[in-house]
Write a protein that binds this ligand. Structure first.
Ligand code: AMP
Ligand code: ZN
Length: 138
């Protein structure tokens, strides 16, 4: 399942060179060309899925453990004190490359504010109605 017009398919399968930090039969993890911080890494499945909704559950299930391993490596060798795991689905969510990928963004003490939002407020009845709508289709 490759998409010959997809740049991340080409990178994941080694047709385009990349700064690879990890590779196995299912994934290649590379440094982001436009890093949010030093060491910003992308995990790319070798098969093409547009986003997490399309992904094979077995592949999706391996992403979180791998993200944790890479984040721990960033803390061990880059001096990161934490990391964010970010995964965008859809243009409205900021996805710009429509091949499933997970960002691991190392964070450094005193570094810039990023991957954050302003907490809002919601009425209990709206929370209940929203939860019921989502629960109803799961
Ligand atoms: P997203 O906005 O979640 O779709 O993230 C796409 C990410 O891919 C961005 O952080 C880009 O900087 C990164 N990116 C795009 N093209 C390349 C490339 N050829 N090699 C490495 N990273 C890339
Ligand atoms: Zn692809």
């Amino acid at each position: 399942m490759k998409d010959c017009n997809c740049i991340f398919c080409k990178i994941a399968n080694g047709e385009i060179p990349s700064s690879t930090v990890y590779e196995d039969e299912d994934f290649r993890a590379i440094l982001d060309l436009g890093p949010a911080s030093r060491g910003h890494t992308l995990i790319l499945p070798k098969n093409h899925y547009a986003d997490i909704c399309e992904a094979d559950p077995g592949i999706a299930g391996k992403l979180f453990p791998l993200a944790g391993r890479i984040g721990a490596a960033m803390k061990a060798v880059l001096g990161a004190s934490g990391f964010n795991v970010v995964q965008n689905n859809g243009a409205s969510a900021g996805q710009t490359v429509f091949h499933l990928h997970v960002h691991i963004i190392p964070r450094y003490d005193g570094g810039p504010r990023m991957v954050s939002w302003e907490p809002g407020e919601e009425k209990p009845e709206v929370l209940a109605e929203t939860a019921a709508r989502i629960k109803g289709v799961l």
